[in-house]
Design a protein around this ligand. Structure first.
Ligand code: CO
Length: 424
């Protein structure tokens, strides 16, 4: 069962090189299940028992299912669609030594730099063109689906200290090689051609590098899965699968995937934005509920903020807390932090443990070592807009923010089962 889940996850990850592709793939899965797509700039007509989704910026998505009868409250799982990478700048080509063309890139989020070197990479994202007939701006997905660029390391002979720690300079070290001088002036044409337009028609672009290495399921008993973007598409994928499998009858079920978590969530489509608040209040308005009904429902709701967690590293076991040390395939990780970087408290932990108990899914716990500052996530940021009981969880993984991360092959299935139970 879980090898099938891992293979399905691998396909989803490989087909989702950027947040735009991840959202597009979720949108297709929802349309296949007869969900209705809503547009933020058009009137909504919603019915009890109806199933809908809405996107913002084509990079965040909220799907929801309205109970047939009076809702008891809301059940929300929120994850994120973006991952650390390198973004292609405006004026993307740079010459080197009159012989080479490189791409001018800048970092997006806090990536591990070393694993980006010496491996085939490509470019994906979106472009925006203006449709001459309608005058509308149209976004088109881009994926140059072949080995296109590579960031070559400097030979050990030219930096004898390379294995003794290296401070990467994003403007010097991380620029990928695109071609010899004959490639000059061709990059935007290549992008345009892949979308069936000309380079002058491209009025804007959000293009990113991605690792071309396919997903792998490996280990003595094929217990591990490695791929780019496990953080956080593993949670987004499991949330969607559980959402589609759940009964969604008692509570309004909400599958929410937000962009820009890796850069602080402060965009119009990020967790700090009004996207979730706007959507939930609009649903209430369209169904004829009052503002007080919304507040009552919110007080009877639970949000699972699902973002991957650090497993104990086999070569660095001292980096984990002495007692709260998740392992791969050990189950869903509940994250705790006294300073509330994670939202989990006694109440939300209890509610989540109860769900996992009913679903017969193992849970483990994570805290940072008390002498180490940890990362943050979207739960507490989202709570500044929509405040409700929230538990921070994730699936255990290694090498977070590498372009090739590793997780447990069993854990995706655990989150699908827990999500299915949650969306009752
Ligand atoms: Co994350």
């Amino acid at each position: 069962m879980n090898s099938t889940v891992s293979r399905d996850l691998a396909v989803f990850l490989e087909n989702s090189p950027t947040c735009f592709h991840a959202v597009d793939n979720m949108k297709k899965a929802l349309l296949d299940e007869h969900f209705t797509q809503l547009e933020e700039n058009k009137k909504w007509t919603l019915q009890p028992g109806g199933r809908y989704f809405v996107t913002r910026n084509d990079s965040s998505l909220i799907a929801f299912s309205i109970p047939e009868t009076e809702m008891k409250g809301m059940r929300i799982i929120a994850s994120h669609s973006d991952s650390p990478t390198f973004k292609i700048k405006e004026n993307p080509e740079l010459e080197a030594d009159g012989k080479y063309i490189r791409l001018n890139v800048e970092g997006y989020g806090g990536m591990l730099c070393a694993p980006w070197f010496d491996r085939p990479l490509s470019v994906a994202g979106r472009i925006v063109i203006k449709d001459s007939a309608s005058g509308q701006f149209i976004s088109r997905l881009i994926n140059i689906d072949r080995d296109l660029v590579l960031i070559p390391n400097l030979a050990i002979h030219m930096n004898r200290e390379a294995n003794s720690g290296y401070k990467y300079n994003a403007q010097k070290d991380m620029l990928p090689l695109y071609g010899t001088l004959s490639a000059k002036g061709t990059f935007m044409d290549l992008i345009a051609k892949s979308a069936g337009v000309t380079a002058d028609e491209i009025l804007g672009h959000d293009l990113f590098l991605y690792n071309r290495q396919k997903a792998s399921i490996w280990g003595a008993s094929e217990e591990f899965i490695s791929c780019g973007r496990l953080d956080d598409l593993q949670c987004a994928y499991a949330s969607l699968r559980g959402f589609l499998a759940g009964k969604r009858q008692e509570y309004m079920a909400v599958h929410c995937v937000l962009d820009n978590e890796e850069v602080g969530s402060g965009t119009k489509q990020g967790a700090a934005s009004t996207f979730l608040y706007d959507t939930l209040t609009r649903i209430h308005d369209c169904l004829g509920y009052t503002r007080e009904d919304y507040l009552i429902h919110l007080a009877d709701s639970l949000m699972i903020s699902a973002d991957n967690a650090h497993a104990v590293h086999p070569n660095h076991t001292d980096k984990s807390d002495p007692a709260n040390r998740p392992t791969l395939n050990g189950g869903i990780v509940i994250k705790f932090n006294a300073n509330q970087k994670y939202c989990t408290d006694a109440m939300s932990a209890a509610m989540f443990r109860d769900i996992c108990r009913s679903a017969d899914v193992p849970v483990q716990t994570f805290t940072n070592r008390s002498d180490m500052a940890g990362g943050s996530t979207l739960g507490n940021i989202s709570n500044t807009q929509v405040a409700l009981n929230t538990v921070d969880i994730g699936l255990p993984q290694l090498a977070m923010h590498s372009p090739y991360e590793t997780a447990g092959a069993e854990d995706t299935g655990y989150l699908i089962r827990a999500a299915e139970e949650f969306f009752c």
